[in-house]
Design a protein around this ligand. Structure first.
Ligand code: MG
Length: 331
């Protein structure tokens, strides 16, 4: 692993890397059909808002994850210059597909619990690690950056609460494969700040700031509190999705990923830098959600976005925005 090229390096402690998962993790869990054009629009908008890490596809089986069936087309057609465009790769076959379309950044994924791993990737945890060992070896030769995900690190829909030690064991195994970063996931949104500390404190010690990421879900309203604790501990990469897109297939009606808008609002308020323009991000999230035929069947999860949309509607209704004096106010 070459530290110099790690795109998650922490050169300035007040900068936070925001890893935007909306166009993959977000869309994958939405029921409505989303066209290639709509995806390309979303990706272009996220890039224009200043996001530098975009997860945009998954080279998984189309029959199992139909929403990602056009990942090759996304990579062929999206303008991904100037950003790190990431895609999920479940095995060597997925890696071959990724290489074919010139993917430079991949994510491999396993879980802290056996039942979730079996259900999600149809491999045991040890099987997944031995498969990924070969994936990482090939990726290294091709100079492809690799990120690892550990799902269900705090709780599992099948096994309940997960002990920090158990989660950290899988995190360490994945890290030892030589990945750039491991993203530790609260897949079903059950973590609270105390649990965050129990996992991230040792994780940071092992992988340092550049190697550690938090993937939080807001299912029980604790995502921002957890993000804050993780940030205080030293985490400088957070996964989030525009508008809070996504859900959990095992928790019907559950809200999705930590919303990027909510995260950026918090970080801005604390004087942290992200390089993301919050207004532009809100505009693309609203535009995207309005363009999906039939809608998402529920409002987007982002609280900040809801407030932003209400403010814009107020301005439009009052007509003040036409002069430009109020519309220019930042949210
Ligand atoms: Mg997620």
């Amino acid at each position: 692993m070459s530290a110099a090229k790690n795109p998650f390096a922490v050169k300035n402690d007040s900068f936070v890397h925001v890893f935007e998962v909306g166009a993959r993790d977000g869309l994958q869990n939405e029921k409505v059909e989303i066209s290639l054009e709509q995806k390309l629009m979303l990706i272009a908008g996220l890039k224009a808002a200043g996001l530098k890490h975009l997860e945009v596809g998954a080279f998984v089986r189309a029959d199992r994850v139909p929403q990602m069936a056009d990942s090759e087309e996304v990579f062929r057609r999206a303008d991904l210059k100037g950003v790190h465009a990431w895609s999920l790769v479940p095995n060597r076959k997925g890696l071959e597909r990724a290489i074919e379309v010139g993917v430079k950044n991949i994510a491999i994924f396993t879980a802290a619990t056996e039942s979730f791993a079996q259900r999600n990737i149809r491999m045991s945890i040890p099987q997944s690690l031995s498969e990924f060992k070969e994936v990482v070896a090939v990726a290294r030769k091709k100079k492809i950056l690799v990120r690892g995900y550990v799902s269900t690190a705090f709780g599992c829909p099948f096994e309940g609460k997960v002990a920090p030690k158990k989660a950290l064991k899988v995190v360490e195994s994945l890290w030892r494969l030589g990945v750039e970063q491991v993203s530790i996931g609260d897949t079903i949104g059950v973590a609270t700040p105390e649990g965050i500390e129990a996992v991230f404190k040792p994780a940071l010690k092992m992988m340092k700031k550049a190697g550690t990421a938090a993937h939080l879900h807001d299912t029980r309203g604790t995502a921002l509190a957890n993000a804050l604790r993780a940030m205080d501990l030293g985490v400088r990469t957070f996964d989030s999705s525009a508008g809070g897109l996504g859900g959990c297939p095992f928790a019907p009606g559950a809200t999705g990923n930590l919303a990027t808008e909510d995260l950026i609002y918090l970080l801005n308020g604390m004087g942290m830098k992200t390089g993301v323009n919050l207004d532009r991000l809100c505009e693309i999230s609203l535009k995207f959600s309005r363009q999906i035929a039939g809608g998402l069947g529920r409002p987007l999860g982002s609280r900040y976005l809801a407030a932003y949309a209400a403010k814009c509607a107020d301005i439009a209704a009052s007509g003040v925005g036409e002069s430009g004096s109020v519309a220019g106010e930042s949210g």
